[in-house]
Design a protein around this ligand. Structure first.
Ligand code: SAM
Length: 440
């Protein structure tokens, strides 16, 4: 039974926490750019007052409820007129240029080109109230310099570098296409459609669009056209524990978000971007969610090799089996210890020559012998300690680099630091689990 004293203490702590959070919750609804945005949206038929823009102490800018939302009730319903899609782009002054271009460009590139052009037009743009509230820069890895990429967990470094290369390739391949817009501008397109401008537009589309399927256009490439920029609605932040139903309603012709559990008054309204771990959130959205239940620490092949016995004559064969059976990726530690896949890979690597014939049953989950199980736990601890050391070094380096960094670099360093801190927390839990297993 709870002691009354404890309950009173908890209540007091809760009150203090709420007061602290409220102090760092600043309404943005009276700022000129949001007043203009709301006015512009009202002209397009969006009038709801139940969500207001707020700067939150933990997640940054987002939307707060001004009234309670019941389970299954609407969070927001945005009329089609407010959405910016490839249809908007193809119907615009850029449409004929895009339609003429061969081979057809992707829906993503069409949207990016339009955003770049509209940002350049400034107040003369019909979309300026929306463009003005878009972030000026992002914390996705495509913005990271090499020294920041080096501070990511090893398994993420490769993906981050690939993202940068993929972006670079898109830019190089699009230069001629951008040049085709020259008649629309007085300035040379090289000065408008720069790599920086495309990076900004690319991140705007990738981090802010909602999923909306469109009919395939003959004027665009075969890549799926699933994007819609949804002004105001795109101020909703992600919470892994929230459930929503979202989609374009063909009857009401609105993009609707409904809450599954409901939400209290004066709370941040969240949506769910999907069951992503922190690596995916960082790669695709440029942030990490603290306490993310989907997060794990990945053991890359280089780290796994630390517990391999170079003198093991079957080592090459073991690694081949692991690779052929898809056991060399997605090896992870979670809050509850090493994953089944990681332990299975370690069990196969642990086999002595005379046990090697049982490799098939090991891959199906069978344990071999007590001493091999101990070897696996010991190896998992070794991997856990190695990843922890790597984290500690990265965190030290990050705190050095943060000193004297400019604002956008500081934001990037802080995101990487949050990721490392989250991983440290997972590894600490994993170590306790492994030590308990070792003691059994
Ligand atoms: C669709 S926008 C949401 C609104 C955004 N915060 C803004 O100021 O415009 C998506 C971006 O919001 C940020 N974000 C979303 N959820 C977050 C969270 N739980 N914590 C921190 N940042 C978050 C990330 O930068 C992400 O790329």
């Amino acid at each position: 039974m709870n002691k009354p004293g404890c309950r009173a203490g908890r209540r007091a702590r809760k009150k203090r926490r709420k007061k602290h959070e409220d102090a760092y919750k600043v309404s943005l609804s009276h700022e000129a750019q949001f007043v203009l945005l709301r006015r512009w949206l009202k002209e397009k038929g969006f009038t709801s007052q139940s969500l207001i823009p707020v700067s939150f102490h933990d997640t940054g800018r987002g939307l707060m409820t001004t009234q309670a939302i019941k389970a299954k009730d609407s969070v927001i319903s945005l009329p089609e007129k407010c959405l910016l899609t490839t249809e908007t782009v193809l119907k615009s002054y850029m449409g004929d240029y895009i339609k003429r271009w061969h081979p057809p460009v992707s829906p993503l590139l069409a949207l990016c080109s339009f955003l770049i052009a509209e940002r350049h037009h400034g107040d003369a743009s019909k979309w300026s109230p929306y463009i003005n509230i878009l972030p000026k820069t992002y914390t996705c890895p495509v913005y990271f310099s090499d020294d920041i990429i080096d501070l990511l967990p090893r398994s993420l470094q490769k993906k981050a570098s690939e993202q940068k290369e993929q972006f670079q390739e898109l830019y190089c391949c699009s230069l001629m296409f951008f040049r085709s817009f020259q008649p629309l501008f007085t300035q040379p397109t090289e000065l408008l459609f720069t790599q920086d401008a495309l990076r900004w537009a690319w991140c705007s589309v990738n981090t802010r669009t909602v999923y909306m399927e469109h009919d395939q256009s003959n004027y665009l490439s075969r890549e799926k056209d699933i994007y819609a920029l949804a002004p105001y609605l795109d101020l909703l932040n992600h919470c892994p524990n929230v459930q929503v139903e979202a989609g374009f309603n063909k009857q009401t012709r609105c993009y609707e978000v409904k809450s599954v559990q409901g939400s209290k008054k004066f709370q941040q309204a969240f949506i769910n971007y999907g069951p992503h771990d922190n690596h995916r959130l960082l790669l695709e959205y440029g942030f990490v969610a603290s306490g993310n239940p989907h997060s794990v620490v990945y053991v890359d092949l280089g780290t796994l090799k630390l517990c391999l016995d170079e003198k093991d004559k079957q080592l090459t064969q073991k690694l081949l089996y692991l690779r052929d059976n898809d056991f060399l990726r997605n090896l992870t530690f979670g809050m509850d210890g090493p994953s089944w896949r990681l332990m299975t890979a370690l069990r196969l690597l642990s086999l002595k020559p005379e046990q090697y014939c049982s490799w098939k049953s090991v891959l199906l989950g069978a344990a071999v012998s007590r001493d091999r199980e101990e070897w696996c736990i010991h190896s998992a601890l070794k991997l856990c300690n190695n990843l922890t050391d790597d984290n500690v070094k990265a965190l030290e380096r990050l705190s050095q680099l943060k000193q004297g960094a400019n604002l956008s670099r500081l934001e990037q360093l802080c995101v990487v630091e949050s990721l490392r801190q989250e991983e440290q927390r997972i590894l600490e839990h994993t170590r306790v689990v492994l030590q308990n297993l070792w003691g059994q």
